[in-house]
Write a protein that binds this ligand. Sequence first.
Ligand code: G3P
Length: 214
Amino acid sequence: MKFFVDTGSIKDIESLMPLGIVDGVTTNPTLMAKEGGDPRKIIKQICQLVKGPVSAEVIATDAPGMIAEGRDWAAFDEHIVVKVPFTREGVKAVKTLADEGIKVNVTLCFSPTQALIAAKVGASYISPFIGRLDDIATDGMGLVQQIVDIYRNYDYATEVLVASVRGPMHVVEAARMGADICTCPASVIEACFKHPLTDIGLEKFLKDWAAAKK
Ligand code: G3P
């Protein structure tokens, strides 16, 4: 499973890149607004650091506007994946952009039918928002399983990009279900490293080694 970082923070990305586990980055307008600088400049920097897929979202809500923004983003950097919300207009834009060979990540997916339609129009990625479903007492990971099953049935090339991840158990479940990618806030990636028995074990090994040398 690929790990993407769900962030607009250069600091987060710089701290995670040396680990060798970051395959890409997803951003959204909210994450970019948190950073406070020029979002395009920041996204350019992210592309240069990651050299992998970096999702940048369109703001227009009509298909012609989304298509124009999508083309502009695609020309901006070779690593850009254009993020388009799942709406009727969004689907029209995805079809046009995908037919032109532009990679599209369909975002704000909350149902298996939305995922099926996104695959049919050639999306490169589908982003089910699992945390936001869990927040309203709906089974977010259940949606991921449905999408994985549907895509396997028809051999769709669209990659399942699990988004709105809240903790390491989402990562575990995504990997068990065979999702292609999990995009995580930096804090979730950090949490995936932690185990108290590792810390206790290492402390004892170091103490015993020091004692043996005396
Ligand atoms: O990037 C999209 C998604 O991961 C947002 O997550 O935490 O705002 O629901 P969240």
